[in-house]
Design a protein around this ligand. Structure first.
Ligand SMILES: Cc1cc2nc3c(=O)[nH]c(=O)nc-3n(C[C@H](O)[C@H](O)[C@H](O)COP(=O)(O)O)c2cc1C
Length: 146
């Protein structure tokens, strides 16, 4: 099993309807490919965790990377793992405010600064966040219906 966490810039015209389309596709493909994870839309940025068999994960990442609905995909963590965090989510999709995330993202910061801060966050801390998120301990996210 492998796990990837990445951050990217959402396309300018991103909205709940386009997100819902992304969620539908992601969930359908991930079910087929045995992948699971969380996709967060955070004020113009995507933060996503995906886990599963290495080859499927790789192929999916290539498709995601070429998707024009976002850009500047930056891998924060990509490594083998024995234990999957989001066992039952083919792709949980949520939106959240940047300032609510535990990465010290200030209110009036630019997108680039926020991305840099997330980039500087240790893997362990990112994983801890996703674990808490999956357990329902993070209360500041709104689900995006597929
Ligand atoms: C932010 C974002 C996250 C995505 N997450 C996934 C995902 O987890 N799994 C997936 O198969 N496709 C995901 N997609 C969609 C893929 O980019 C792609 O459109 C989809 O896999 C269909 O590929 P195809 O059109 O080449 O068949 C995501 C797209 C975006 C923009």
């Amino acid at each position: 099993m492998h796990r990837v966490i990445y951050v990217s810039r959402a396309a300018e015209n991103m909205n709940f309807a386009s997100l819902s389309q992304i969620a539908t596709t992601a969930q359908r493909y991930n079910e087929r490919d045995n992948l699971s994870g969380v996709l967060l839309w955070v004020e113009g940025m995507f933060l996503q965790l995906i886990e599963g068999p290495k080859e499927n994960l790789h192929n999916t990442l290539v498709r995601i990377q070429n998707d024009s609905r976002h850009s500047g995909l930056l891998r924060l963590s990509y490594r083998p793992t024995y234990e999957v965090i989001c066992t039952d989510w083919t792709m949980g999709c949520y939106s959240a405010k940047a300032s609510a995330l535990p990465f010290g993202l200030a209110h009036a910061e630019s997108l680039s600064t926020r991305i840099q801060r997330i980039h500087a966050t240790p893997d362990k801390q990112l994983e801890r966040f996703f674990r808490q998120f999956y357990c329902g301990d993070f209360k500041h996210a709104e689900p995006i219906a597929a």
